[in-house]
Design a binder for this molecule. Structure first.
Ligand code: ZN
Ligand code: ZN
Length: 363
């Protein structure tokens, strides 16, 4: 099968023929129809995190089940599925406690290079090739743990709903699962990339008001406005803290940081209304410090870390798919570019500029 292989950090991915083993017990083989291209993939390629190479990136897959391994129930060949970025094992403390996004088994294997049993199903001319998020969806097929597989209705376009595997669910989950935004509460979203605009869409669905988008690129702000932002602030031209306080009458009820850098984290704490809530949604590079003055924070501000939108994949993703099918979730406008796998490097490069999200569609 064709897959885009990362041989060297920072270098272009190479599309070549890999071998993929059959699924073992508790695993599922999926023919990918589409996969989102997420910022985490770019961070994997260009960032500083230690990874075992060669490796296949990709963690926003959607496709059709080909076969299932021993012991897999509730998933069958022919099912249309979304591959959640965080699979749940169903047995660890977090899973049993109702926090599957914190699954310790899945968490331990995001960057381990293997599936949960410590081995890889991928190889190139007999040599091992490693996984990413226990998924590796920049490939025509994938073998993944059953806990990552979310069956969905068959009548929706997989190249649209692929974004629900990670980015869009992270933004929606931040609004509904982490913040429980209520009717008429005020929301600020700092950073209007894929996750940020998804939080704006969520705030719009929640009937928040105002919904303020903050970014440094006018085209991203206009895009955010088209998806539900009621006000936009260009932080390269005006002081975002003063302007947001003005728009919201003293700061928002909920502020979401969807960038992941020290400067916007500091803005997050400053911008929240005293007594209200800030959420760290963006994934900052490993080791990033959180700098803020405590004098405003001590006025009962609350700061929350949000992991993958606190999404319960098997519960929330089918609901989001249903909303999309009924015209309530604008995924058609959130997928702004599609690419064949051969253009994966262009798709990754486009994450740095442009609006909306790119999706690889397999021919
Ligand atoms: Zn678990
Ligand atoms: Zn992602």
């Amino acid at each position: 099968m064709k897959a885009a292989v990362m041989h060297t950090r920072g270098a272009d991915l190479v599309v070549e023929d890999l071998d993929l083993e059959s699924p073992r017990a508790g695993e599922v083989a999926v023919r990918l129809v589409a996969t989102g291209v997420c910022h985490s993939d770019l961070n994997g390629l260009r960032g500083s995190r230690e990874l075992r190479l060669p490796l296949v990136l990709g963690h926003e897959g959607a496709g059709v089940v080909e076969s299932v391994g021993a012991g897999v129930t509730g998933i069958a060949a022919g099912d249309h599925v979304i591959l959640s970025a965080i699979g749940r094992c169903g047995r660890c403390e977090a899973c049993v406690d109702g926090r599957p996004w914190m699954c310790s088994v899945a968490g331990a294997n995001i960057f381990s290079g293997t599936l949960p049993d410590g081995t890889t199903r991928l190889s190139l001319r007999g040599a091992p090739v490693y996984h990413w998020f226990s998924q590796s969806s920049f490939a025509e097929r994938a073998v993944v743990p059953e806990g990552a597989v979310v069956p969905i209705r068959r009548d929706v376009a997989l190249e649209k709903v692929a974004l629900l595997a990670c980015g869009v669910s992270t933004g929606l989950g931040a609004v509904f699962n982490a913040a429980h935004v209520a009717l008429g509460e005020s929301v600020v979203v700092i950073g209007c990339g894929g996750v940020g605009v998804s939080a704006i869409v969520g705030a719009d669905l929640a009937h928040a008001y105002p919904i303020v988008a903050v970014d440094i690129a006018d085209e991203k702000l206009e895009y955010a406005r088209s998806l539900g932002a009621t006000h936009v602030v260009n932080a390269s031209r005006e002081d975002p803290i003063a302007r947001v306080r003005e728009i919201t009458g003293g700061g928002p009820d909920h502020a979401f940081e969807c960038v992941g850098n020290a400067r916007t984290l500091e803005q997050l704490v400053e911008i929240v209304r005293p007594g209200r809530h800030g959420y760290v949604v963006g994934a900052a590079p490993p080791g990033t410090r959180f700098p803020f003055a405590t004098d405003g924070f001590i006025r009962n501000k609350h700061l929350h870390g949000v992991m993958q939108g606190n999404v319960r994949a098997t519960v929330d993703i089918p609901r989001y798919v249903e909303l999309y099918a009924r015209g309530r979730l604008p995924l058609d406008r959130m997928v702004t570019r599609t690419y064949p796998l051969d253009e994966i490097n262009a798709a990754l490069g486009a994450l740095e500029r442009g609006i909306g999200r790119g999706v690889v569609v397999f021919g």
